[in-house]
Design a protein around this ligand. Sequence first.
Ligand SMILES: [Zn+2]
Ligand SMILES: [Zn+2]
Length: 336
Amino acid sequence: MRTMRAAVLRDFSLGIHLEDLPIPEPKPNQVLVRILASGICHTDLHAVQGSWDKKPVLPLIPGHEGVGIIEALGSKVTGFKCDQKVLIPWVGRTCRACAFCSSGRENYCERQFNTGYVIPGTHAEYTTADFRHIIHVPENLDPVQAAPLACAGLTAFEIISQLQSKENQTLLVLGVGGVGHLAIQYARDFFSRIIAIDCSGHRISQAREFGAETYSPEEWNSLGTKPSVDAAAVFTADPKAVVDSIRAIRNGGTIALVGLGKHKELAMPWFELVTRGIRVVGSHVGPISTLKEVMLYHQLGKARVLSEAKPLSDIHMALTELSQGKNLSPRIVLVP
Ligand SMILES: [Zn+2]
Ligand SMILES: [Zn+2]
């Protein structure tokens, strides 16, 4: 029996460990993928800690930003061949029958199976994936660059597409991490001014490099800002950032909540939201059609991922760095 190294979570109290497991067999609708790169998302942290009400299915191999090479095909797979490079995202399988699935919004399907949370993920040497939820990765894209597009890139692109403006408008970005640093780059096509706020000096300088006007939360608050932005995207999980965005947003503006942390509820100023006509929307990754657009965007070199590679065996250290905000690049990518 051929075996593979995989990062496995068997119990929340024991944390994640590397194990040798049998290489899975692809089911009829699946491909077997040899992983080349697997991005670490904050969701992995929440999976390992079991911090959300909806718990992951254990035992679990986390990871939902995978790039790899197809090594075997299930009997019903079409459109893919062995040796092709593919990207494996968070939405791993859906019902394919509901109104969301039928209208290209399968990321809101109520019967979705999420990669690295409900079904086995990509922090391993091999995984299987449903061919209807993976896409091709162009040859010119490095796997460490491409892997974070599966979640960080998709999430950022989807929300910027929703918030996009045709006039000269201002976007406020709260949190310049894995998703935020990509959102700033995508937003350059749609907003004339981008303001980014982050507590880390390092992240601030990365945001400035991509053309954003930048502030620390203290600097921003000391300005006593009057409502001056048309849209805000909240990528951090800090409830204070939402309060900051409400203070900054113009009447009729939209605040998009994207980041998820451990806080279960959010207090918002009811009177202000109503009387100023502020819209608050949530956004959860994006559909596969948007993922194809993101891939094309990067293939054309219009944006770049700030990622750093680490061996799969460093997963423990990488998760600790991420939980403490000590990762130098916004995205750490594991390489088996
Ligand atoms: Zn993610
Ligand atoms: Zn569905």
